[in-house]
Design a protein around this ligand. Structure first.
Ligand SMILES: Cc1cc2nc3c(=O)[nH]c(=O)nc-3n(C[C@H](O)[C@H](O)[C@H](O)COP(=O)(O)OP(=O)(O)OC[C@H]3O[C@@H](n4cnc5c(N)ncnc54)[C@H](O)[C@@H]3O)c2cc1C
Length: 280
């Protein structure tokens, strides 16, 4: 890793975006738990680091007018997972975040960094997909909102344009009330990325019940299985087996040091079935 790196600490979003626009080789920095290991390994070599942690609006969690929640990109996961509104209205997000590394890591790692890094195994991203989150971004060209469902493009690839800065992740009020389980397999009890992650969520406040099925580490991006959700909404938990088969059909796992593609596919079926039966 270079030792002559410029380290810039803007105090506003506008300043950060201007710094980035002036330097094509710069990278935004949050907790650094993805970026710094990648730099040490020589996989990324930014000329400058633009640290976003001192920008107050990026560190806020705010209620929105429609009963949703806006979570600043620089809020650390440890603060998100214990926030009363997250625990009360969006517990699926806390359920996924609690599986990320360990508590000390989550005091540093942010939700914004988890999605911008776009690992196929990003645990928090699965909940954001399931909850129809919108990602608000800004650049020198202006502001826009990207639905979570079109944000992830491939391993390490997102819909962000060069220089775009993620400001906040917004959970819509209409997604409140989902409860469920994130069933996650990894190679050991300590810190390890997921070999397979399966989120099963259900909201019983409406007729029919609404369901959510999300997957991590079994495709080039975290994903949601709409076909399985629709089958469960039509037939209820009696369709657990069919939902499991649809999830298996939707995944595109690879074989790597954490597990074979065949194992991952089998476990998606087992965990979707188990989660649906548990939520009943
Ligand atoms: C020991 C260890 C264990 C881990 N275990 C897990 C795990 O179990 N599950 C899991 O999902 N992850 C895990 N991770 C990965 C990591 O902790 C998360 O992905 C983390 O949330 C990244 O957030 P960060 O704040 O550290 O981001 P950073 O590393 O600061 O940034 C990540 C990327 O996003 C870009 N970026 C940062 N901010 C912005 C912005 N506002 N706009 C646009 N781009 C931006 C950066 O340039 C960089 O490319 C682990 C990491 C370590 C080191």
């Amino acid at each position: 890793m270079r030792s002559d790196l410029d380290y810039l600490v803007p105090s506003s979003v506008e300043e950060a975006v201007a710094l980035r626009a002036a330097s094509a080789g710069a990278a935004y920095l949050l907790g650094g738990t993805d970026l710094l290991p990648q730099m040490r390994a020589g996989r990324k070599a930014p000329g400058q680091l633009i640290d976003l942690k001192r920008i107050p609006p990026l560190r806020e969690i705010r209620e929105t007018a429609d009963g949703g929640l806006s979570i600043g990109a620089a809020v650390v996961m440890a603060d998100v997972e214990v926030h009363p509104a997250v625990l009360g209205r969006f517990p699926l997000l806390a359920e996924c975040i609690r599986t990320v590394g360990a508590w000390p890591l989550r005091q540093r790692a942010t939700l914004g960094g988890n999605v911008c890094n776009a690992s196929p195994a990003a645990d928090a991203a699965v909940a954001l997909l399931a909850l129809d989150a919108a990602f608000h971004v800004v650049s020198a060209e202006g502001r826009r909102s990207i639905p979570a469902g079109s944000f992830f493009r491939g391993p390490g690839q997102t819909a962000l344009l060069p220089g775009e800065l993620l400001t906040d992740l917004v959970l819509p009020g209409g997604a409140a009330g989902f409860r469920g389980r994130y069933l996650r397999l990894s190679r050991r009890k300590g810190m390890d990325l997921a070999t397979v992650g399966v989120l099963v969520g259900k909201s019983s406040g409406t007729a029919p019940d609404r369901w959510r099925i999300g997957l991590a580490a079994v495709a080039p991006t975290p994903l949601r299985v709409a076909a399985a959700e629709e089958r469960l909404e039509a037939k209820g938990a009696a369709a657990a087996e069919e939902a499991a088969a649809l999830a298996v059909a939707a995944c595109r796992p690879i074989s790597d040091l954490r597990g074979s593609a065949e194992y991952r596919r089998d476990m998606v079926g087992v965990l979707v079935r188990r989660g649906v039966v548990e939520l009943g």
